[in-house]
Design a protein around this ligand. Structure first.
Ligand code: 9YW
Length: 415
């Protein structure tokens, strides 16, 4: 199994693994499939694909003992996992690998087709869980219970919700991340970590039982970006199902994709034009300008809104900001007072995210912008550091180096 990063993240992360498997497919289709299989076999019986599948390597906090998922009935007993999820990019990986394998032909093709066939039911269960269990209010939007589920851990999108999380007593912490990443500014603060751990405790208090979590967890927000990714994932699953002659699955996935797309469009603010998240506990929209504000660029569903979101993201407040060294989308606008160019999800540009955006653009036929962002990201990666994220103003790598999904997307682009 490929770890997300050699030192900082010595385990398998869910959405990283999907992108990593795409990179691996260029070298070996069987190897790529094994990577995904390692993740898929950790799928819970509820349908959830967990956000971390733990290896035996120590040195990450919070590790499996802190997560306390060992007695969760829904978890396969022979793997140790976290108890939450991440954005559902997996169908995109299965479909991309199948396309590459079909081009190669022979045994690779046969293996990838078999894998896709057995993956279909897994993907259906996963998407279904997200759109049912995680949409208890029937908003056509996926609700998350932890910032980590968004994959954008400390994005300013979650600041207000985290500010409302009460930590009744200090929780012991043994953070490794700040030792591994020399620059403390690159990582979330201790205050943020206390809240991350508090939410884990709340979910563990009901043994990660979906039926009870909503009542105990102090963080319930619909995630518009995750929902936009789900729309694409359902589209890709429908395409896969058609290729494999499973029309029954294709129809269901198309219906889910439409729902997710409607959900994303329902988040567009009539005032700002931006996509918002909805804080279920506070009963209010969260309209914080971040890269997720432009989620319709990912989901599509309305040509006029899509064009608005594209224009915003290439515009002078975002990728076209005069202070940026490369014309790439930062995660927070450099005009925002909260913009921190090196701090994780508060400003840096992330190569894997640029890949996802270019994939969505190319799929819609916007090859010109996709090529611009691809070329600029590859130029950024020319330093050979394969940073986890980059300061968009200086082009310096930040966070972990040798980050696996950064390397994987580079391979996919240049292969
Ligand atoms: C953490 C592995 C993960 C990514 C997330 C990213 C970060 C882990 O690293 O979270 O401990 O903070 O935010 O999206 O999957 O690369």
């Amino acid at each position: 199994m490929v770890t997300a990063a050699p030192k900082l993240y010595p385990h398998q992360w869910s959405w990283d693994a999907a992108l990593i498997s795409i990179g691996l497919a260029h070298m070996s289709i069987p190897r790529a499939l094994r990577e995904l299989e390692n993740l898929f076999r950790a799928q819970w019986s509820t349908g959830m694909i967990p956000h971390i599948v733990f290896s035996d390597v120590p040195g990450y906090f919070p590790g499996p003992d802190v997560w306390s998922t060992d007695t969760v009935p829904a978890k396969p007993h022979d793997v140790r996992t976290s108890g939450i999820c991440q954005p559902p990019v997996h169908a995109i990986a299965v479909a991309r690998i199948l396309d590459l394998a079909v081009a190669k032909g022979g045994e690779d093709r046969r293996l990838a087709e078999d894998f896709a066939r057995t993956s279909l039911d897994r993907l259906v269960a996963w998407h279904q869980w997200l759109m049912t269990v995680r949409d208890p209010s029937g908003l056509d939007l996926v609700e998350i219970h932890h910032g980590w589920e968004s994959g954008m851990d400390n994005s300013p999108r979650w600041d207000e919700a985290y500010a409302n999380v009460v930590v009744p007593e200090p929780i012991p912490m043994a953070r490794h991340d700040i030792k591994v990443v020399g620059n403390i500014e690159d990582r979330p603060t201790d205050r943020e970590y206390q809240r991350y751990l508090q939410l884990m405790r709340e979910m563990a208090s009901v043994n990660f039982d979906d039926a009870q979590i909503n009542d105990v967890v102090q963080f319930r927000i619909t995630d518009v970006f995750l929902t936009a990714v789900l729309a694409l994932a359902c589209d890709e699953t429908a395409r896969l199902a058609e290729l494999l002659g499973r029309e029954d699955v294709a129809d269901g996935q198309r219906a889910l994709a439409d729902r997710a797309r409607r959900g994303v469009l329902s988040c567009v603010s009539p005032d700002t034009g931006r996509c918002r998240d909805f804080d279920v506990r506070a009963g209010q929209w969260v309209d914080v300008p971040t890269i997720a504000s432009w989620s319709v660029l990912v989901s599509g569903g309305d040509d006029a809104v899509w064009a608005d979101h594209r224009a915003a993201l290439v515009g002078e407040h975002w990728a076209g900001h005069p202070s940026l060294r490369f014309p790439l989308p930062p995660t927070v606008s450099p005009d925002d007072p909260g913009f921190r160019p090196r701090t994780y999800w508060r400003g840096p540009t992330w190569p894997f995210l640029n890949w996802l955006l270019t994939w969505a653009l190319a799929r819609r036929g916007d090859r010109a912008l996709a090529a611009t962002w691809r070329d600029a990201t590859l130029e950024l990666l020319g330093d050979g550091a394969f940073g986890e994220y980059y300061d968009p103003q200086t082009g310096q790598p930040a966070g972990s180096h040798d980050q696996s999904w950064t390397a994987a997307v580079a391979i996919d682009w240049i292969a």
